[in-house]
Design a binder for this molecule. Structure first.
Ligand code: IPM
Ligand code: MG
Length: 354
């Protein structure tokens, strides 16, 4: 029997609460395979206690696992971004997880804040480049606090980084076309009119696009795209974009799905150890109350199984969540649902067992 070695970084705030539910669901869905979970303490809370960030040797250890689940990182008493950069960006850069795949999928009409949009209108896959752009950490501050202080931040777009992301997105558009039995469609989102170096995206997209004549190809500037996503989400299928634009657009996308509590993501290096996380943060304002929505963490665990090749199990997780939402048994993603974190997790487990 196949046993998957899975790292678990539950993290801060609501991270451990939602991760607990995701693990319950993973146990419920296993059939013909098993897991060996390895827990890691890295978080803001751990840093406050020990001053420890993620050591390099742990990054090497992570590379030997099959997958990693991350809850959420961020603690109000720790310097802004310090632990996020160590853990989240440490994983993305350290494991070269160059794809951040973020589905924007509406499971029930009542969850969508837009008038008249139904699940068939909102099903977008965002492919966010995940190791370059503004996140490359190239820059700094000179003469801090002085009148002539200078702050710089350099965006990096490498040929290799752009091409592998665009290629992945074309392949994804093609496989989605097959599954959904409709023509493939990929949209490049950038800001190459104002930020000319982003023209590398335009060029590589056109070049790689020649290998995918079956995929309809178009382009939008990110400002217009933010509007179009709201006006006509049904016009889009697969999106490929830069690191920062992908970050911003997927919070907007989460709202289209009903809220940040259901938006899941996969940080991938195809063929190598990859990391799966809800896109929400640690939500210190609601931590410890048992009211966080665990569906994003649960769906992220499903994405991990899909990545590991356990498509049946992955499909059972997603369809159970979809069923609970579409049937109204989970009527909302926030406290209006009248359900707490563990009740929602239990309902998904029960649905899986039916
Ligand atoms: C995300 C988050 C992270 C990001 C932060 C916490 C570093 O917002 O995963 O979307 O900016 O990528
Ligand atoms: Mg974000």
């Amino acid at each position: 029997m196949k046993t998957y070695n899975i790292g678990v970084i539950a993290g801060d705030g609501i991270g451990p609460e939602v991760t607990h539910e995701a693990l319950k669901v993973l146990h419920a869905v296993k059939h013909g395979f098993d897991y060996n979970f390895v827990e890691y303490p890295y978080s803001g809370a751990h840093y406050l206690k020990t001053k420890e960030l993620v050591p390099d040797k742990v990054i090497d250890e992570w590379k030997t696992l099959d997958a990693i689940l991350l809850g959420a990182i961020g603690h109000p008493a720790v310097e802004v971004g310090l632990v996020e950069r160590s853990v989240i960006l440490g994983l993305r850069f350290g494991l070269d997880l160059y794809i951040n795949l973020r589905p924007i999928k509406l499971y029930a009409e009542n969850l969508c804040p837009l008038k008249g949009k139904t699940p068939k209108d909102i099903d977008i896959a965002v492919v966010r480049e995940n190791t370059e752009g503004e996140y490359a950490q190239i820059g700094g501050i000179l003469k801090k606090g002085m009148p002539d202080e200078v702050a710089t931040s350099t965006s990096i777009y490498t040929r290799v980084g752009v091409e592998r992301t665009i290629r992945y997105a074309f392949e994804l558009a093609r496989s989605r076309a097959k599954v959904n039995n409709k023509p493939g469609h990929l949209t490049l989102v950038d800001k190459a009119n104002a930020i000319r170096p982003q023209e590398i995206w335009t060029r590589v997209f056109a070049e790689v696009g020649k290998e995918y004549p079956d995929i309809q190809q178009d382009h939008a500037y990110v400002d217009a795209f933010a509007m179009l996503m709201i006006q006509q989400p049904e016009s889009y299928d697969t999106i490929v974009t830069t690191n920062l634009y992908g970050d911003i657009l997927t919070d907007l996308g989460a709202t289209l799905q009903g809220g940040i509590g259901i938006a899941a993501s996969a940080n991938l290096h195809p063929g190598k150890t990859s990391m799966f996380e809800p896109i929400h943060g640690s939500a210190p304002d609601i931590a410890g109350q048992g009211i966080a929505c665990p569906l994003a963490a649960i769906l992220a665990a499903g994405m991990a199984l899909d990545y590991l090749g356990e498509q049946d199990a992955a499909q059972r997780i997603e369809s159970s969540v979809a069923h609970l939402l579409a049937s109204g048994r989970i009527p909302a993603l926030d406290s209006k649902s009248g359900l707490n974190t563990s009740q929602m997790g239990d309902m998904v487990v029960e649905q899986i067992r039916m």
